[in-house]
Design a protein around this ligand. Sequence first.
Ligand code: HEM
Length: 418
Amino acid sequence: SKPNILTPKLPPGSWKLPLIGNLHQLVGSLPHHSLKDLAEKYGPLMHLQLGQVSTLVVSSPQIAKEVIITHDLNFAQRPHLLVTRIVTYDSTDIAFAPYGDYWRQLRKICVIELLSAKREVSNLIRFIDSCSRFPIDLREKISSFTFAVISKAALGKEFKEQDSLKSVLEEGTKLASGFCLADVYPSVKWIHLISGMRHKLEKLHDRIDGILQIIVDEHRERMEKRTGELEAEEDFIDVLLKLQQDGDLELPLTDDNIKAVILDIFSGGGATVSTAVEWAIRVFDGKGDVDETGIDELKFLKAVVSETLRLHPPFPLLLSRECRENTRMTINTWAIGRDPDYKGADFGLIPFGAGRRMCPGILFAIPSIELPLAHLLFHFDWELPNGMRHEDLDMTEVHGLSAKRKHSLHLIPIPYNS
Ligand code: HEM
């Protein structure tokens, strides 16, 4: 029979039910696990129908390279999701901004200005030292540490709003990691009314916005008062405010734009980095002291970090891209990393994505993972509590904005030099 030119030829995929398509195949298990199982049956490029949204799922390095390098421009958009529309100022952050001049300008500023971040590890070590030989909840400590590192780079000196910002962002992460029905039925406008999702997100946005605006105003006030302070003292908000005032930018920055970028840095950088550090902690036989300059010498530590990102990428499905309205593409980097024929090179290991929308935070993220890890492993030996053996350690993951350990890691630090 003649091919039907109205129905494009789609990659293989499993049988689709009316209305829901393949949604039912993603419930009950973590999405990246279900998608790996489906890819074993239907191949490394498959098509699924998730509600009204057509979705391409990529599960091999070769096809990942093809879509995000060869056809980079066709996949440079992100989907327009309810959560980013409401929470990140109508998707004017970097991660969800439409591909174009605004996105390009903001991304460039972020890459140039954030890399000079100062780091803060001594508080973490001091704290752990004070409770050595007792089990501690390492998740809590690592996430506070990561928040402090990012805060310092983005907000500079301590701000009294810092604790409220941390707690409202944690709430936001919980809300944003849930399944959002409105995103798979974008044309059915009443869906978010019944789920109450829009209302919850609007309330969350108002609280985040209130705190961020205070922080921006405080920075602006401080900037107006100060004269001739060293540029090295400037934090990321200062830089953005200066660019806003100078008026040299092609596209002027509003306060909302500045708040959207700050939100991106906390949400994109916080959970990912702390998830990676928590997965990476294992038995390690090193002793000694480390600083940032010595880190390059630590080949083994670097290998541990890459292995952690292969087995436990914080975004197992990267962040989706959109190639045209209501057609999304997602890369299952978790499945690629666990392929028994895994080779590593050439798009085998892409926890930060690739192409023009690749993570701009990579150079900030890697030392933020390596440095605390090096300190935690060189200063302390770690024991499991209650006579637990290593093989009893629960390695189950949980679904969320980033794929964390299901249970927080409780360990006993034993200092090498008391
Ligand atoms: C282990 C740590 C991290 C991992 C695994 C990670 C992973 C990713 C991934 C997979 C993407 C999507 C890439 C793509 O579509 O190809 C992304 C985007 C992004 N990341 Fe990261 N990230 C990390 C840390 C950070 C940090 C520390 C920052 C900021 C300081 C950051 C800021 C962003 C932003 C702004 C985007 C959006 C880029 C765009 O759409 O143009 N990330 N990240």
